[in-house]
Design a protein around this ligand. Structure first.
Ligand code: SF4
Length: 465
């Protein structure tokens, strides 16, 4: 009998019932998908944000909010998928296709360590030219040179392609994934990022994630990682062709698989893992094929229900034929839609420890407000980012600015590691933000510069600050 048991659902109660929501805040009740959708659609943002903030404080307390110093290294932009929302991918023969040399990756990690970084996030396109040995040697060399750096790398779609590229032994996807993952873990892989989650509902995923694995494969990859004792994150990219019910369905799958992971973990004799965080962000449209799709209500003939809502079902069974314009219209997400979605994720995902604010897509100040709408973590100081910036969104913050944003929201900033253990609490005068005496000058400094000399397109690196 597993020790873990999820909170009880009360499906007969209205979603906005204060008693129900107070029990959700205490961790004693669980929202049903129907209640979650109802809250999302009808509760004012201020109220939804307050409930999410209360739940966040119940889990994380009211004093500290965290960030991590890591570096996002996109080791290749060559990819055999053709996601319509992606401005980053290239075919192998395009003039600006690249694959970083292992020595370049090590150099980047060296720069990360020099500013106190603890983690490298490595994700790439799905590059069929790279053999398994390339990854094994890369991971070994990182661990040899930087044994204390946590390697958070290779999202589920990459792992699924590893299975296709390397043809590992095994009769099931789980067995094949385990074979590859054990080799990468033994070479130095510590945990797996939740990239490529997008929207799980098949109707949406088939339209936007061309060549990318389906939800079952994504979730199975994470399950295998959990059985091997790894911690992972989950993500969602919304604000495109999906309906609101698709967002709830996506979170529902994360919650269900997390229940399984936690139940097995509580009953296991060997180390197991689970999802430690959930981060959601809106689609960024610049330079992407999906971004050229017309906005809903931008033409006089657009009327009635948004096509994505007409198709979406809470169980993921939406039929794309339910609306003739499905996939041909986007509903972009702004700040309030983002905050509503994030707040709902805090209330709905009762079994996920951390909710991350996405200042990388929303900007620093919406990221700051997100700390009052359910988020407990500001993510990372941004030394380098290539994927979202390729889609037209570029915000780079150093540690002092990140700490200032957290303090400005009413919390004490604290640096954390990959599993959310606090490394340093910045409550004294030597805190990165409190050492800055002239913010106007600090702001005008360039935090990052394009790096051209190494011949690595789409790459930025830390400059003097
Ligand atoms: S989002 Fe990732 S998998 Fe999809 S095309 Fe871009 S690089 Fe490839």
């Amino acid at each position: 009998m597993p020790l873990y048991a999820p909170p009880t659902e009360f499906p007969h109660l209205p979603a906005a019932n204060p008693g129900l929501l107070a029990a959700v805040v205490r961790g004693e009740a669980r929202l049903t998908p129907e209640q979650a959708l109802d809250l999302f659609r009808s509760m004012p943002l201020t109220a939804l944000g307050r409930w999410a903030d209360a739940r966040c404080r119940a889990i994380h307390g009211g004093s500290i909010r965290t960030y991590v110093i890591d570096r996002n290294v996109n080791y290749t932009n060559v990819c055999n998928a053709r996601c319509t929302f992606c401005a980053f991918r290239r075919d192998g023969d395009e003039h600006d296709a690249y694959t970083l040399e292992p020595s370049q990756i090590l150099e980047k990690i060296g720069e990360l360590v020099a500013i106190g970084g603890t983690q490298v996030l490595m994700q790439g396109g799905m590059n069929p030219a790279l053999p398994l040995d390339w990854y094994v040697r890369l991971l070994r060399s990182i661990k040899e040179r930087f044994p204390r750096v946590h390697v958070h790398a290779f999202s589920p779609p990459e792992f699924i392609e590893f299975v296709h590229f390397f043809d590992p032994p095994g009769s099931t996807l789980e067995e094949k994934l385990r074979w590859v993952m054990v080799r990468l873990r033994d070479a130095g892989l510590d945990s797996i990022p939740g990239g490529g989650g997008e929207i799980f509902a098949p109707a949406v995923r088939r339209k936007i994630g061309l060549g990318k694995c389906d939800a079952e494969a994504w979730l199975t990859t994470m399950y295998v990682a959990h059985t091997l004792g790894m911690f992972t994150s989950a993500t969602m990219m919304f604000g495109h062709i999906e309906g609101h019910a698709d967002r709830v369905h996506h979170m529902r799958l994360v919650r269900e698989w997390q229940d399984r992971a936690l139940a097995e973990e509580s009953d296991a004799t060997s180390p197991r893992g689970h999802y430690v965080s959930f981060i959601s962000w809106p689609f960024q449209r610049e330079n992407t094929p999906l971004g050229r799709v017309k906005d809903w209500l931008s033409r006089p003939e657009d009327s009635g229900e948004f096509p994505g809502d007409a198709v979406a079902r809470l169980d993921g069974s939406g039929d794309p034929k339910a609306h003739a314009e499905f996939g041909r219209r986007v509903r972009m997400s702004g700040s309030t839609d983002y905050l509503r979605t994030q707040a709902l994720s805090r209330l709905f995902l009762d079994n996920v420890y951390s909710i991350g604010a996405s200042w990388v897509t929303m900007g620093p100040h919406v990221g700051q407000v997100a700390l009052l709408h359910g988020a407990n973590d500001m993510g990372s100081v941004m030394m380098e980012e290539n994927v979202v910036s390729a889609a037209g969104t570029t915000y780079c913050l150093d540690e002092a600015v990140l700490c200032r944003l957290i303090r400005g929201a009413g919390f004490t900033p604290a640096q954390r590691d990959n599993v959310y253990d606090v490394l340093r609490i910045h409550d004294g005068p030597d805190s990165p933000d409190l050492r800055v005496t002239d913010w106007s000058r600090h702001r005008t400094k360039r935090l990052h510069v394009e790096r051209k000399a190494a011949g690595v397109p789409l790459t930025v690196t830390a400059a003097e600050s």
